[in-house]
Design a protein around this ligand. Structure first.
Ligand code: NDP
Length: 333
């Protein structure tokens, strides 16, 4: 598969180019809004063609797909252009700045018959797939509640638009709540209905929130509690599911890396759960390529990206209003 990169970003160079090449794919072009940055990125990452225009990128011979990892406000127009050119699209989260645009992207891709996916990495983690299997097999009985701990220390290098530019989609809600929404949907196989939330932005945020806590109701009656933050250097991440016959505790699993520990607790007994680690982004790319070839589906498709954005949007609205807020899936789910 021949890929073009839209956005000369840290995630592209740090995780995705290796995942594409590891899958046997080629990265043939990169687009960035500044030629100097595009050229430097291309040279550092051994990419033959660098441009500032989407049209030139999309016109590259035999280009099959694009990976969009620009800042969030650009995803919508860039994805629409790539879809109109008949390219498969793997788009970073959040898909767009609002649910209506994300729905339009998914509908356009479906009409064009191209594969469109959201790069939610966590459902590709072997740890989360092990948890998913445990839940499906009834290892803890009926699930009563879930808790997500995703309060991290945003590294200095990433403290640009994420902490001071609402127009580019900054803030912890669009950055991390979307991942937690996707992970909870993946595990519970249902969509949050209503949320309540509170934010703060007093440590790192400059005009955007840097921390949020929220509670989500699920159609089954399961209650979900989440905490996302850019400002917690020592908290570690994790996810817990509590059921009628046991609880699942997973630590350090809300991570880009294939790490973490899982155990099941029944009474005072803890039983470790093993899993075979695999690079999360490699799996995302592999499943995308198979889907584009007509086999199976991407790990997280466009509808999953709409759903995760819809939950984040509801969390933002709930925090702003102080009210219990319904999730609006834009008529897509
Ligand atoms: P970066 O800040 O590294 O890059 C985003 C954009 O900023 C680039 O596309 C480029 O803009 C511009 N840029 C970056 N560095 C420079 C530079 N040195 N000079 C000039 N311009 C520069 O973004 P991230 O990699 O942190 O995030 C990109 C996207 O990926 C976001 O949507 C984010 O939410 C998502 N993401 C997803 C992750 C996941 O695990 N799924 C993890 C991390 C990020 P332009 O495109 O205009 O040239």
């Amino acid at each position: 598969m021949k890929w073009g990169l839209i956005g000369a970003s840290a995630i592209a160079s740090g995780r995705m180019i290796g995942a594409f090449r590891g899958n046997g794919d080629e990265v043939v072009a990169v687009q960035s809004s500044g030629q100097a940055h595009a050229d430097k990125f291309a040279s550092e990452n051994d990419i033959a063609f660098a441009t500032t225009t989407i049209d030139e990128l999309l016109a590259q011979p035999d280009l099959d797909a694009v990976y969009i990892s620009s800042t969030n406000e650009k995803h919508f127009p860039q994805a629409m252009a790539a879809i109109a050119a008949g390219k498969h699209v793997l788009c970073e989260k959040p898909l767009a700045m609002n649910v209506a645009d994300a729905v339009a992207m998914v509908r356009a891709a479906e009409e064009a018959g191209v594969t469109f996916a959201t790069n939610h990495h966590l459902r590709n983690a072997a740890s989360h797939r092990a948890i998913h299997d445990l839940l499906k097999d009834g290892a803890i009985g009926e699930v009563l509640s879930a808790r997500v701990f995703h309060a991290v220390n945003l590294p200095q290098a990433l403290q640009g638009w994420r902490v001071d530019n609402a127009g580019a989609g900054g803030g912890v809600i669009l950055d991390i709540v979307v991942h937690d929404a996707d992970t909870i949907r993946f595990h519970l196989d249902e969509n949050p209905v209503e949320v309540v939330a509170m934010t703060t932005g007093q440590h790192m945020g400059q005009g955007v929130e840097d921390s949020v806590m929220s509670i989500w109701s699920m159609p089954s009656g399961v209650q979900v509690q989440t905490h996302e933050s850019f400002t917690h250097a020592h908290a570690g991440t994790g996810i817990e599911f509590h059921g009628t016959t046991g609880s699942i505790f997973a630590r350090d699993v809300m991570s880009q890396r294939p790490i973490g520990e899982i155990s099941i607790r029944r009474g005072l007994d803890y039983t470790p759960v093993t899993f075979e680690a695999e690079d999360l982004y490699a799996r995302s790319v592999r499943l995308f390529g198979q889907a584009a070839a007509g086999q199976g589906r991407p790990a997280a498709d466009g509808r999953d990206g709409v759903a995760s954005l819809a939950v984040a949007d509801a969390v933002a609205r709930a925090a702003a209003s102080g009210q219990r807020t319904a999730v609006d899936y834009g008529g897509l789910l």
